[in-house]
Design a protein around this ligand. Structure first.
Ligand code: MRU
Length: 341
């Protein structure tokens, strides 16, 4: 994401890798639509975009009366909060923006808008720094020559830059480790086949694409040495919500004695939720399951479920990689301690 002429430009992830096109947003409503429609996706990227959406709206209303500014900003927060339910980074970023605006409430709207923009930019810069720190911590866990399986896209596209799971892979490669990546295609939105494959190929990191139902076979043939994924929300006990299909991969990894790592910044950890059972799971429309890109392969009238995320219990997580360090076999006590490190 980038600022151009006072607008927020988001790379349109729905069109990758066929086209690299940007969608320009001029209001919080437009950013909310971009999040809902998956122009921008991935938990940290959603949080960063939402923060920029608030900054954008504040700029747009900076010459309004204080009352009109306040009510316009309330609308902006509501629209962004309703865009997608699972990634907690969205709510975390909105909370930071709300506190910044509340702390400046005595100032003129133009001054509040300036502070909102600074805070949004800080959130973006901090996200890249967190990813680099995660990369440095996590790289140690990946052995030279490892064949690493990942699910969905937890790369630069899903963050402000570098990536979480792909950030660890990038940092390990930068440290001289020769890695190859196996990427699940990630039905139904194909984040793996379209986005992760594209990112890794651009970096020259060897990558092999499989469909989601092939990982068990490869694991049983000892062709996977480690699994690393990102997260949309980690509960206080270490349960991890991530892209649908992650849970299956974690179960398979345990069956085959393969380490299962989750890379996620502290902004993805929700201490308010005791366990993964309380994590809201987004259900998306039927069209993503019925077909793709205008082609429908299922019979008309069929019932469809489309949960976009699943929850992997903490007991299946070998280690949680964060910007503050690695938490092995995460549980409630270790996660609480992480916040005071
Ligand atoms: O539906 P998406 O594409 O927003 O889901 C994204 C994921 O599940 C990612 O793995 C997660 O957000 C981590 S991104 C660093």
């Amino acid at each position: 994401m980038r600022w151009r002429d006072g607008r927020l430009e988001l790379i349109d992830q729905r069109l990758l890798p066929a086209q690299v096109t940007f969608v320009a947003c001029s209001s919080a409503q437009e950013v909310a639509s971009a999040i809902r429609d998956m122009v921008v996706r991935g938990a940290p990227a959603i949080g960063c975009a939402a923060a920029c959406g608030i900054a954008l709206e504040a700029q747009r209303l900076k010459d309004a009366s204080p009352a009109a500014f306040a009510s316009g900003m309330d609308g902006a927060f509501s629209a962004l909060a309703a865009s997608r339910p699972t990634a907690v980074n969205l709510f975390w970023a909105l909370e930071r923006m709300r506190s910044t605006i509340a702390a400046a409430r005595q100032a003129r709207p133009a001054e509040i808008a300036a502070r909102a923009l600074e805070e949004a930019n800080r959130i973006v810069v901090e996200d890249v720094a967190a990813n680099r720190a995660m990369g440095a911590h996590g790289a140690v866990l990946i052995e030279d020559g490892a064949r690493v399986l990942t699910h969905c896209n937890a790369g630069a596209l899903a963050t402000a830059g570098h990536g979480t799971a792909l950030g660890v892979i990038r940092s390990a490669v930068a440290a001289g480790k020769r890695l190859s990546v196996i990427v699940d295609e990630t039905r139904p939105f194909l984040q793996g086949a379209r986005l992760t494959a594209w990112e890794l190929m651009q970096d020259g990191i060897p990558v092999t694409l499989i469909t989601d139902n092939m990982s068990g076979h490869l694991m049983s043939r000892r062709e996977v040495d480690a699994v690393i994924v990102g997260a949309d929300r980690v509960a206080a006990n270490g349960d991890v919500a991530n892209k649908i299909g992650t849970y299956m991969v974690a179960v398979l990894a345990r069956r085959h004695g393969i380490p299962f790592y989750v890379a996620a910044p502290l902004s993805t950890i929700d201490l308010k939720l005791a366990s993964g059972d309380a994590i809201p799971i987004e259900e998306r429309g039927a069209s993503e399951v019925l077909g793709h890109a205008g082609i429908e392969w299922a019979p008309k009238g069929i019932g469809v479920r489309n949960p976009a995320f699943d929850v992997t219990p903490a007991e299946l997580v070998t280690a949680l990689i964060t910007e503050k360090g690695i938490v092995r076999e995460p549980d409630q006590g270790k996660i609480a301690a992480l916040f005071s490190r």
